[in-house]
Write a protein that binds this ligand. Structure first.
Ligand code: ADP
Ligand code: MG
Length: 240
């Protein structure tokens, strides 16, 4: 579904991504781990072109999305993204948050958008919150709504950048539960997280990033159980 070839991102002289190569299959759940500042967020943001890569190529569903003539907006619609900070629209209700893009961008009829939004609210267990405003929600509920909002565009892949890092510990589980369900339903997912238990349980593949490279990758058993690189071992010894 996604092929990344020699992806590079520089800010001036600062090299952040130094050549990332990766292929992601449809239905695969790829979990990215690694120390702070290693380029995980930059990598995700390059994948959906929130950042313009400075080198290399990204192919998505057979089409080069890094070529100049590519329509960025069409691709972004197919890639849902969930951030650490939920970024809900504060002056819109939960239902309006979810239906805004389908109505504005997809030109869906209100009734159609509302119906699908209610299905998604059921999926994330928040049907009773449809008419409340984000300020009335807990952090965990906000993030579940942010996930529902991304799903409303029927993305082909979901990108998560530390979706539980801003949450109080007791709310982490409910968000991971929703993500686990998505994974089980076959969604293609790329997830940056520090939740190692979740990574091990839900990931088909673990990527360890450090210093702008993928240092090591493999199944959870390989990376967590038998890491081969010193840097991976060192990182895991600090977080496990
Ligand atoms: P991670 O998500 O792994 O913590 P990031 O991708 O956020 O890492 O950042 C990697 C490096 O890139 C960091 O050193 C960060 O300071 C730098 N960086 C990120 N965004 C910018 C930017 N817009 N301009 C300059 N440097 C940046
Ligand atoms: Mg980050």
């Amino acid at each position: 579904m996604i092929a990344v070839k020699n992806l590079q991102k520089h800010y001036g002289k600062l090299e952040i991504l130094k050549g990332i190569d990766l292929e992601i299959k449809k239905g695969e759940v790829v979990v990215v781990i690694g120390p702070s500042g290693s380029g995980k967020s930059t990598f995700l943001r390059c994948l959906n072109l929130l950042e313009q890569p400075t080198g290399g190529e990204i192919t998505f569903e057979g089409e080069s999305i890094t070529s100049k003539k590519h329509d960025i907006n069409a691709t972004r619609e197919k890639m849902g993204m969930v951030f650490q900070q939920f970024n809900l629209f504060p002056h819109k209700t939960v239902l309006q948050n979810i239906t805004l893009a389908p109505i504005k961008v997809r030109k869906q009829q209100q009734a159609v958008a509302d119906k699908f939004a209610m299905e998604l609210l059921k999926t994330v267990g928040l049907e009773d919150k449809k008419d409340v405003y984000p300020a009335q929600l807990s952090g965990g509920q906000k993030q579940r709504i942010a996930i529902a909002r991304a799903l409303a565009m029927q993305p082909h892949v979901m990108l998560f950048d530390e979706p539980t890092s801003a949450l109080d510990p007791e709310m982490v589980g409910e968000v991971l539960e929703v993500m686990k369900k998505l994974a089980e339903d076959g969604m293609t997912m790329v997830i940056v997280t520090h939740e190692m238990g979740f990574a091990r349980e839900v990931g088909d593949r673990i990527l360890f990033m450090d210093g702008g490279f993928i240092v090591e990758q493999g199944t959870p058993e390989q990376v967590f159980g038998n890491p081969t690189h010193a840097r991976t071992k060192d990182f895991l010894s600090k977080v496990l």
